[in-house]
Write a protein that binds this ligand. Structure first.
Ligand SMILES: Cc1ncc(COP(=O)(O)O)c(C=O)c1O
Length: 353
């Protein structure tokens, strides 16, 4: 399939790269493609970024049948543009789609279409340290219909947004709070997919954590509320003694690409790595025994987010000395260096545009 290109007659003024926030500025163009049962995925096109015109009855608005992804394009050392493991994002998009009864896209084609969009929008990839162009592929159910069933039609779009350095004010630890009142996802549900409802379902607990003075919620499993699952919208790691531990993918945890990269690097560095169940009691006991060295989250937005304090029921513990731990720092630096083309990393992790 050929991607048709219809360029905008007028281009927007580029923002000040030193003042980029997150998720508010969008580039001149977007990618669009439609699905119908008769034609399959068809009419791929790059066209000016514009509002979607949707009937109020559009299915995604009522039943949440939608999936999305989040990845970034980086300005590399040589002045070119590169992405970090984008094939994994399209693979995960399809995995999410399968769970939401959405027709899959051809991953190689979608990556190629994204590269074409990035080529058109090359000038939007910022070069200030820590900045990047955030990429949001999304698929929504578009039938104008009320009634619970899978839609017969869909729109796949990709939008781009220049974003600032996540750690503009320094690489600082966050305070997190365990919730036992709410759960994010359950086994057999859709916690391992990127679907809008998961994020809507996390808002109330997040709001309560913020009001209590904490940045993120530490989610426990939805069955026993005993085992740690994720932190905010990130995967989570613990360093206990010499063991690097992250919860195993139980079906309710999003299989993060940063998580996978941390595990891969840790193994390359000869560390003891465990993907296993870890209970909140084990974490608290390890702290009491003086073995809990570090906790950090992992995800595309922040890469690594060190945790300085954790609240569980009435207890608040300081992790390590409350500052950024050496491993959090090492993973952050190593992954960022690969993303910005400062170092090579495993060959297939970097995709040049
Ligand atoms: C719920 C959730 N967990 C984990 C992650 C981290 O995944 P990744 O490392 O692929 O960004 C994300 C962000 O994408 C997320 O939304």
């Amino acid at each position: 399939m050929q991607v048709a290109v219809n360029k905008a007659a007028q281009l927007k003024a580029k923002p000040d790269e030193k003042k980029l926030g997150f998720g508010t500025i969008f580039t001149d163009h977007m990618f669009n493609m439609d699905y119908s049962i008769e034609k399959g995925w068809h009419d791929p096109r790059i066209e000016p970024y514009t509002a979607l015109v949707l009937a109020p009855s559009t299915m995604v608005l009522h039943y949440g049948q939608g999936v999305f992804e989040g990845l970034k394009a980086y300005r590399n050392q040589q002045g070119g543009v590169q992405m970090f493991r984008p094939r994994e994002n399209f693979k995960r998009l399809n995995a999410s789609s399968r769970k939401l009864c959405i027709p899959e896209v051809d991953e190689a084609f979608a990556l190629d279409a994204l590269k074409q969009l990035l080529t058109v929008e090359e000038a939007w990839v910022p070069s200030e340290p820590g900045t990047s162009l955030y990429i949001r592929p999304t698929i929504i159910a578009t039938d104008p219909y009320l009634g619970v069933r899978a839609s017969f039609t869909y729109r796949f779009f990709i939008i781009l947004c220049p974003v600032g350095a996540y750690y503009a004010e320094g690489f600082n630890p966050v305070k997190i709070m365990v919730t036992k009142e709410h759960v994010r996802a359950v086994r057999g549900g859709v916690g391992d997919t990127k679907t809008p409802g998961n994020y809507a379902a996390s808002l109330l607990a997040g709001d309560k954590a913020h009001k209590a003075g904490y940045t993120q919620v530490l989610w426990l499993d939805g069955v026993e509320q005993k085992y740690v699952e994720e932190v905010g919208a990130m995967n989570i790691f613990f360093v206990i003694g010499d063991e690097l531990i992250t919860p195993s993918l139980s079906g309710s945890i999003l299989p993060g690409i940063t998580r996978d990269s941390v595990l891969d690097l840790a193994k390359t560095w000869g560390m003891t790595v465990s993907e296993r169940k870890i209970s909140i009691d084990e974490v608290m006991d390890a702290h009491a025994a003086g073995h809990l060295k570090e906790i950090f989250g992992s995800g595309t937005a922040a890469v690594i987010s060190p945790v300085g304090a954790l609240k569980y029921e009435e207890r608040v513990i300081t992790v390590g000395d409350g500052r950024v731990g050496p491993l959090a720092h090492r993973f952050f630096q190593a992954i960022q260096d690969i993303q910005y083309g400062i170092t090579q990393g495993p060959r297939s992790w970097v995709e040049l545009v």
